[in-house]
Design a protein around this ligand. Structure first.
Ligand SMILES: [Cu+2]
Length: 172
């Protein structure tokens, strides 16, 4: 019983502003409260999206990454000069959070990568976080595949991903 009484008082106090609202319309305080609640809802939504790996940076429609060099099917000698092409977006160094930009990555011989996570850096995934638009690769003789994938400021592919077709080359 001693616990029920304060609860009843609290409830009746909470009911009062609602009654006032009915008479005078929505007060500024209520609007602020509603705004705070909707911010909370937005934050919760963002957190939820982040949890399922959907916090990717959007790419504009029609953005394309492509190889200027080498051409698909080319026979080349090592070191292989690779020139990156990008249209519909701009190149920005890693760490620079700017709309419709990213930096290039070259994927060599089809490494498994998660499109919803920052790209790893290893022998098969090369980052060009300085904003480079070309490089030379040391490749062993034989057939190789190359693919360009643009990453956002945190090295994560955009949504939808901006990636070139996979090209096949033969190193002599
Ligand atoms: Cu990167």
């Amino acid at each position: 019983m001693r616990r029920l009484l304060p609860l009843a008082l609290t409830l009746s106090m909470l009911a009062l502003p609602a009654a006032a609202e009915d008479k005078s319309g929505t007060s500024f305080k209520d609007k602020a409260k509603a705004a705070a609640q909707s911010d909370t809802a937005k934050n919760l939504k963002a957190q939820g999206l982040a949890k399922i790996g959907m916090d990717t940076t959007p790419s504009p429609a029609g953005a394309k990454a492509y190889f200027i060099e080498p051409k698909n099917g080319a026979e080349v000698t090592t070191p292989v000069r690779v020139v990156f092409g990008l249209s519909g977006m701009g190149v920005a160094p890693a760490g620079t959070q700017k709309e419709n930009t990213g930096h290039h990555h070259v994927l060599i011989d089809e490494p498994a990568v998660d499109p919803n996570a920052p790209l790893p850096a290893n022998d098969q995934v090369k980052h060009f976080g300085g904003g480079q638009t070309e490089t030379t690769l040391e490749l062993k003789p034989g057939k190789h595949t190359l693919q360009l994938v643009l990453g956002d400021w945190k090295h994560q592919p955009h949504n939808p991903a901006v990636a070139s077709e996979k090209i096949a080359i033969t190193v002599k």
